[in-house]
Ligand binder design. Structure first.
Ligand SMILES: [Zn+2]
Length: 400
């Protein structure tokens, strides 16, 4: 992630955007030019992350620094100038930026396909083997890829949300920015390279049992593209052992409170199948996971969340205020607004007010859950937009 700056020329109001903090920039002709213009008072420099003017100055030894002492909280959360940016970058050891200045994510994946047997034997209950902070399961990985992509899209200058089909390819385009630890290249490079491993993220259609080979043929849509007046889907398939498919189904069922992939589809939810497959000698998945996404393609952890977040996103979309009210799901603890170690279900950054709204979807009604809910409500220093889904409340009014 690189911080961009706006160079404003005082006389003719001409302005342009520039990356001033790049490593080799100081050796360039452009650097000397800008420094000269700055010293003679011809230009002013501002961070480009907001319309609000956060001014920067050059020191005598040519170092760029913010003109105002405590301007760090004024930047966009997405900007390296933001106060907690370093934490966002580096706080999650399993899914973090490569360095502070990089826009490459390093993901530390458990070698899940090797663990399939282990999971089967432990009957899904001993999640401990998976709970290592340093590494994550395949489903945790793709969930973060989805939320990270959404975050990038939410903060991108486009005025409207991408449609489901467009968001699908947007997520896959993020493969260019994600590296698996211990591998030097990105997922995109791995997929294009000569090795026989492929990372994939498709919309799930169905699976069919193949008696002859005792495995399943999984069919999915790996690409949507626009033909004249229409969106065309390209279908692909791969085979998967009964064991791997069973594990993925069980994991889904546990996450969604007993709902099976099949029933979720029947109820109209869209499902993603993602994983790793071996291309040689034929398309065979080593490990897969299922993700439930809402109608915009955003991964959700319950059907309540699917509905509630659609309600919020629809509202923002209808108000044409995507860039003013930035809705996203935090994917790393450094992004959290809570002071204890909870992560919000979602956050809405109010860009023009330098403030945020915490979004919570309360889906259970047990004593323990309600205690945690109360604590969240008491310790939250921000406005909270919450929905008591389990009590069948109406959706709350959105406060903007
Ligand atoms: Zn900024």
């Amino acid at each position: 992630m690189e911080q961009k700056f706006i160079i404003k020329n005082k006389n003719n109001k001409y302005e342009r955007i520039c990356l001033l903090k790049q490593k080799d920039f100081k050796k360039s002709k452009e650097y000397n030019e800008i420094l000269k213009q700055f010293k003679t008072g011809q230009v002013e420099i501002f961070c480009a992350c907001r319309n609000k003017d956060i001014e920067y100055k050059y020191s005598v030894d040519g170092k760029l620094y913010p003109a105002m002492h405590n301007s760090k909280s004024l930047h966009n959360r997405n900007c390296p100038g933001y106060s907690n940016f370093k934490e966002i970058c580096l706080s999650n050891p399993a899914f973090r930026y490569e360095t502070e200045d990089s826009d490459i994510i390093i993901a530390n994946l458990l070698e899940t396909h090797r663990n399939t047997k282990m999971v089967l034997n432990s009957s899904y209950s001993s999640a401990k083997i998976y709970n290592s902070e340093e590494s994550m399961t395949l489903s945790a990985f793709y969930k973060k890829v989805n939320w990270y992509s959404w975050y990038q899209m939410a903060y991108a200058p486009c005025q409207y949300y991408l449609k489901f089909e467009e968001f699908q390819s947007y997520v896959v385009s993020m493969f260019k920015k994600i590296k698996i630890r211990n591998k030097r290249c990105t997922l995109d490079d791995i997929n294009k390279g000569k090795n026989d491993i492929n990372y994939f993220y498709w919309e799930y259609k169905d699976a069919e049992y193949n008696e002859l080979y005792d495995n399943y043929k999984v069919c999915g849509i790996n690409r949507y593209y626009k033909a004249i007046n229409d969106v065309v889907a390209r279908e692909r398939n791969f085979s998967v052992s009964a064991e791997v498919l069973f594990c993925a189904n069980e994991k889904f069922r546990k996450t969604y409170n007993g709902l099976t992939v099949e029933n979720a589809q029947k109820a109209g939810y869209r499902i993603i199948v993602a994983g790793i497959l071996s291309t040689k000698p034929y398309f065979k998945a080593l490990d897969i996971c299922f993700l439930l996404v809402n109608k915009y393609g955003l991964f959700v952890e319950s059907t309540y969340e699917a509905k509630f977040f659609e309600y919020i996103i629809d509202y923002i979309e209808n108000n044409h205020s995507k860039n003013k009210h930035v809705f996203f799901r935090p994917w790393s603890f450094g992004m959290s607004l809570y002071t204890d170690n909870h992560l919000e279900d979602a956050i809405i950054d109010l860009v023009e007010e330098d403030s945020s709204i915490v979004v919570e979807c309360f889906g259970m009604d047990t004593e323990e859950y309600n205690l945690r809910k109360e604590k969240k409500e008491q310790t939250c220093n921000y406005r909270m937009l919450s929905w008591n889904a389990s009590k069948k409340d109406k959706f709350p009014d959105i406060p903007f």
